[in-house]
Design a protein. Structure first.
Lengths: 396, 258
């Protein structure tokens, strides 16, 4: 799907300062070398399996299936990975690559804190220094993850600029990378930013759809009718979609964070409300005003609170291969509570956006159909915020 | 002769950066006129962007103040139209790719030519992506300024060969902002530039003091100063113009002596 210059249709590219160009070229060369290297892949598979706990389970949600009265629902349990989210897949890959490149320091941005925790974890494991940039607003929303990162030996830098959320954390991590390149790898957390990041991150996350395919063939002897995942930058979604892109009968559905609704300004639904632009190193869709100023987006979910979407998603949208639907805070919170009560699974508020949409469409399908929902992360980190949303104050 | 070339004709250039609309457009107009009167050879007019990823805290602050004041791209084109009634030195825009892209590249660059903007600097548009705007810039005779960084090893000749207007040499790693010293081997960068183009080159990032400006001008064809000017505007607000003028005079004198 990627061509020579890292484009997905018209999307993607490398819109970054000249200072970083040699760094991304070096990264691309290293990646092209190591992705074919049997030793690298053996080492990564060992980390995936022995350290991160892969393959993650594909769980038949029988009660939910019965309750919704439509398609059979399977949950891809990325929440059961070490560190509690799909983020570890990408981070182990990039950290190993960075180490092979001779880098000794990892920097990262984080929204909900899951990618920051994963990066801090990999840095601890591989003996690397780690600095994580996190919007100050998010350090408050996700205080537990801030503590986890510190516990893992990382330095957490609260970012106060702009809206003090994920996009500002990305900007600050990019600024940091331009000032220190020699020993530092920017471990980008999603399928976004300049080429080659959208491709590298997708390849490391593609293990999700590879496993779904194998596991479902084993359990049901067939492919799913739909795969549903939440989309911020879009790494768990592209990971869940990738090996099904050529299987045209599998519906691919990405759930964007609509916040208080796509007809309000308090939304982060990029494909529903954004337009084509150039930002954070890529051409893609962005929430922005008529002068091209990036919009201050909002979602209850710190991990989906981003004004853009990865270029490959923008392309899948353009060609109609994947659908992108907005899901509101209210719907996500209801789904968060629903999955806990119905299946005994507390999913991340990000993943709950996918659960919410699955609840809507399950009945469009019959008992012979199968929907797979990717539970990208676990929801322990969200409990305090959801309690607050319901008017209850709990202390962690 | 192209207006940008005149800034470097038989002299070392002092280039001043000013964010449009910080704290308001009336002040920007006064500051530009005062800078021109006091010897600035070229003015970079910053069009504010919500997320200026190449800027340090000082210019980030200017972007924020300008946008909070309600500045729009169209108002900046009007400002330039007004300035061109009496300001004759070359002026270029410095902004981010999305500002040009979202306005419509053809419309934006066409208007630049119409109001008298001689070039555009986009720090997030490297050599590999310049075709996004370069053909349109060519069509309207607006120079798309190339940047070269301390990390550009192996890329300098390629960039220099296709450069137009002037080349912006980034003195140091990192973002814009004042620095106590500049350690990059600028001589070797300029040497490769000279071997590959006749287009002049000026050094920016981290320059605030007269002796730094003189050093930059000695090595290259000019010195670019942004954050130090923005700091003065931040301090004096609407009354900044004479203070900027005084500063520009001292910097221009240092550059002229180089």
């Amino acid at each position: 799907m990627t061509n020579q210059s890292g484009r997905f249709g018209i999307h993607g590219g490398q819109y970054i300062p000249e200072t970083l160009m040699n760094a991304v070229i070096e990264l691309e060369e290293a990646y092209n070398k190591y992705k074919k290297d049997p030793d690298f892949n053996k080492e990564l598979t060992k980390l995936f399996n022995d350290y991160a706990g892969r393959p993650s389970r594909l769980y038949f949600a029988e009660k939910m299936t019965r309750d919704l009265g439509g398609a059979k629902i399977y949950l891809k349990r990325e929440d059961l990975n070490h560190t509690g989210a799909h983020k570890i897949n990408n981070v182990l890959g990039q950290a190993l690559l960075a180490k092979k490149m001779g880098k000794t320091r990892l920097i990262a941005e984080t929204g909900a804190g899951q990618h920051g925790v994963a990066t801090a974890t990999a840095a601890a494991l591989m003996g690397m220094e780690c600095v994580v940039f996190m919007g100050e607003e998010d350090t408050k929303r996700q205080a537990l993850n801030v503590y986890r990162m510190k516990l893992l030996g990382a330095t957490v830098v609260p970012v106060k600029t702009g809206t003090a959320t994920l996009k500002d954390a990305v900007s600050e991590a990019m600024r940091e990378w331009t000032s220190r390149i020699d020993d530092t790898h920017y471990c980008l957390g999603s399928v976004m930013g300049p080429h080659p990041f959208p491709t590298i991150v997708r390849d490391f996350q593609a293990v999700i759809s590879k496993e779904i395919k194998m596991q479902l063939l084993e359990k049901e002897g067939r492919l799913p009718d739909a795969v549903i995942a939440c989309v911020g930058g879009g790494s768990n979604a592209i990971g869940s979609f990738y090996h099904f892109i050529e299987d045209k009968n599998v519906r691919l559905i990405g759930c964007e964070a609509a916040g208080r609704g796509v007809d309000t300004f308090e939304t982060a639904a990029t494909i529903a409300t954004g337009k084509l632009g150039i930002f954070h190193g890529m051409k893609s869709y962005f929430c922005q005003d008529s002068d091209g100023q990036i919009a201050p987006v909002y979602s209850i979910s710190a991990g989906l609170d981003y004004p853009g979407v990865g270029p490959e998603h923008a392309y899948l949208h353009d060609i109609g291969r994947a659908e992108y639907v907005p899901v509101t805070d209210d719907e996500a919170v209801e789904a968060f509570e629903y999955l806990a009560k119905t299946e005994g699974i507390i999913a991340a508020i990000e993943s709950s956006h996918a659960v919410a949409y699955a609840r809507k469409v399950a009945r469009e399908y019959g008992r012979n159909n199968i929907i797979v929902i990717t539970i990208s992360g676990r929801g322990d980190k969200d409990c305090a915020a959801i309690a607050r949303y319901r008017g209850e104050n709990i202390s962690e | 002769m192209n207006r940008i070339a005149s800034a470097f004709e038989n002299k070392k250039a002092f280039i001043a950066f000013i964010t449009c609309g910080d704290p308001d457009l009336e002040t920007t107009a006064k500051v530009v006129r005062e800078a021109a009167k006091n010897g600035a050879d070229l003015i970079e007019l910053g069009i504010p962007f919500s997320d200026p990823t190449a800027e340090g805290p000082v210019i980030q602050g200017a972007n924020l103040r300008a946008l909070s004041g309600g500045v729009k791209t169209d108002m900046i084109f009007d400002l330039v139209k007004d300035l061109r009634k009496d300001v004759t030195i070359p002026m270029v825009f410095m902004t981010y790719a999305n500002v040009v892209f979202s306005y419509g590249a053809e419309k934006f660059i066409g208007l630049c030519s119409e109001v008298g903007i001689d070039g555009i600097i986009l720090p997030d548009l490297p050599y590999e992506e310049k075709d996004e705007f370069a053909p349109i810039c060519k069509k309207y005779d607006v120079s798309l300024i190339s940047l070269i960084a301390p990390t550009s090893a192996g890329r300098i000749a390629m960039i220099a060969k296709e450069a137009e207007g002037f080349i912006y040499i980034v003195s140091s790693l990192g973002v814009t902002g004042m620095r106590s010293e500049i350690k990059t081997d600028l001589d070797s960068i300029v040497k490769v530039v000279r071997e590959n183009t006749k287009v002049p080159c000026a050094i920016g990032f981290g320059i605030s003091k007269p002796e730094q400006a003189a050093n930059a001008a000695r090595v290259s064809d000019g010195a670019i100063v942004g954050s130090a000017i923005i700091k003065i505007i931040e301090q004096y607000g609407k009354d900044a113009a004479p203070h900027v003028g005084e500063y520009v005079r001292s910097m221009k004198d240092a550059v002229a002596r180089a």
